[in-house]
Design a protein around this ligand. Sequence first.
Ligand code: ASP
Ligand code: MG
Length: 457
Amino acid sequence: MKVIKIGGGCLNGKKTIARIIDLIAQRGRGDIFVVSALNGITDFLIASMDAALEDEANIAKIISRLKARHDLVARHLIRRPKEAKGFSQDLAKTLSKLERLYYGLNFTGKISPRLRDAIVSFGERFSAQLLTAILSSRGIPTSYHMPQQIGMLTDGKFGDATANIPATARNFKTNLAPVLGSKKILLIPGFFGVSKNGDITTFGRGGSDYSAAVVAAAMKAEILEIWKDVDGFMSADPKLVPCTELIPILSYEEASELAYFGARILHPRCVEPVRTRKLNITIKNTLNPDVKGSLITARSPRLKTVIKSVAHDCNIGILKVHAAGVGARPGILAEVATCITNNGINIKAVVTSQTCISLLLAGEDLTPGAAALKTLKPKPFRRLEPVEDIALICIVGEGLLRQKGIAANCFAAVAEAGVNVEMISFGPSRAALYFLTKKSNLKKAVNAIHGRFFTCS
Ligand code: ASP
Ligand code: MG
């Protein structure tokens, strides 16, 4: 049995959904599918919270737009009246639950984390119901199973939950395993689970990959397939480098490092649940389903050049916290990091010297991060310096730490291209080396390194 995750990018209009349905029908018998919301629906649910807060009159419009979007697909793709009627009843019930939540939000006048998670989980509920009806109307025995009903248990942390896999596995054994069948298709909405108190808790944006990994681990699937509209991980971003190659095999470590970067191939947390169980992940391109995509596994073959990919991230900034004697003052790092974290800001990486703590943040977090630190009393630093014009480049390959000359080779290429390196982080991961340059140098630097490690044909 496989667990297959279908991303929102593949679930757009009736045409793309029709293609996915054909693929599921041909290849998915006996498997479990974890589905994302239709493209754009999660964003819409989030944006609609403000609209609902502002004016109660907006709620009816929100609900009717959601209805129209799903109805349109249903009308075109559900083939039999029986399933059409069933879906329309399902949709009405689910919409009315959601409507009550939006009214609750308007009434209480605030978006609590609990209400927020409950509301954003609806996109996945709709899509699971819709796909189930479409497949059933083709005579394929299909059923959907809501995470809160089958016991997909989380730690209860709103917006960034972690699954309790042993407990989930026990619950699935009772609630999911008995309904599996070699001819059947089971659908589970991704993105959320339920806490022990019964609260809906989401795994963070893009979290359906993580859901699918949890289901695969809990059900001991033979493999986790991620269905997307690309072949897999590439040796660099094709928008930046003209001659990139697909990476056929990656280790868990390499995939987790790469997952943090631009291409959005995989959610960074997706590897966690499968790694200890040695379960493989493959990326499958739904536009090209017979092409072998990237395989993520425990051991990946070591290339002669070691490096598998040159990735980058432009949406980044450094918040430099200048303070004297950083290395000699107990607690300063914790104080700074705690303050940033308590303001809901994620720290991507930290590099320190004796006179400065450099916090790597997402570009949009730079100003709120600085504002948060300014509230600290007594002020533990001398000066804050946000650096915006910066891009991060990362070379990834298992073994780069141990192989002589990799770093030298990389930086020689960068230097030959006339690019200055602003900051380096090397050592924390055995599979990645990071450094920063000015944004204007990004393309030059990435091409120089890629050219050094890959022979472009
Ligand atoms: N629908 C959710 C999001 O857009 C989860 C996912 O698609 O993975 O973040
Ligand atoms: Mg999505």
